[in-house]
Design a protein around this ligand. Structure first.
Ligand code: ATP
Length: 238
């Protein structure tokens, strides 16, 4: 089932387009990677989907309903969850308090279930988030999104500040959660090869335009194209 549909979306900052005519979809239960060089427009696209930036033109559909001009709180209430680059947790609050803050009224994910996905968090329930390690903070950040019982998660550079091995351990947990609960995930990530191992499909954004849409396996086989995308120049096939 298609959860998220982005149609011919053009968006940017102060009326200047940095993302142009983007079309993409995310189905329930699948992890989709959104890749591209620094400044390609990935965060701008995520923030537009989440209602933080008004689009210049085009449409965003969530569960077949337009959310194009809705405010973020209205979009969140429908089951969209954004995990921002800065992790979006409350550093002065404990692990348990953070989870309580994110628990959604009527949501069906229990704290114990979050601990099943991240057993290490259970021993840290009374510790302030600011005192956790980077990896523990990112687990908490994901746990907070899980407990919000989302239908769709937008994740911006979950690996930021983490050792690749820690990030590598978290990806299967995310994939498992998505598959267990039919949650769609749009994953922005600089660790391209790790992201492609977890994602079933991928999009590549190059200077605001989509230059690839297809399966992760297909993209993994296009090494040269992938490398050039991170140098921020070539289009597919060039
Ligand atoms: P990165 O991987 O470095 O996070 P990105 O692909 O997420 O990059 P964006 O952060 O979306 O890229 O930035 C796309 C373009 O928009 C860049 O040229 C950036 O300088 C510009 N930009 C981002 N935020 C703003 C803003 N608030 N005001 C004006 N321009 C912005």
């Amino acid at each position: 089932m298609t959860l998220l549909q982005v149609n011919s979306l053009t968006t940017g900052h102060n009326g200047v387009a940095v993302v142009r005519e983007v079309n993409l979809t995310v189905n329930s239960g699948e992890v989709v990677a959104l890749l591209g060089a620094n400044g390609a427009g990935k965060t701008t696209l995520l923030h537009t989907i989440a209602g933080l930036i008004p689009p210049i033109s085009g449409a965003v559909l969530f569960n077949n309903q337009s959310i194009t001009n809705l405010a973020t709180h209205q979009i969140v209430r429908q089951g969209l969850s954004l995990l921002p680059e800065n992790r979006g947790i409350f550093y002065q609050l404990t692990v348990a308090e953070n989870l309580r803050m994110y628990k959604r009224q009527g949501g069906s994910v229990k704290v114990e279930e979050v601990f099943d996905y991240f057993p290490a968090l259970k021993a840290l329930v009374d510790r302030k988030a600011g005192l956790l390690s980077g990896g523990e903070q990112q687990m908490l950040s994901l746990g907070c999104r899980f407990i919000a019982d989302p239908k769709l998660m937008l994740i911006d550079e979950m690996s930021l500040g983490l050792a690749p091995i820690i990030f590598q351990r978290m990806l299967p947990v995310l994939t498992q959660f998505a598959s267990d609960r039919g949650v769609g995930v749009l994953l922005v990530e600089q660790h391209v090869h790790l992201a492609l191992k977890s994602a079933s499909r991928a999009y590549v954004l190059n200077r605001g335009e989509l230059t690839f849409a297809g399966s992760s396996m297909e993209l993994q086989n296009q090494r040269q194209f992938l490398e050039s995308s991170y140098m921020g120049s070539t289009k597919q096939g060039e």
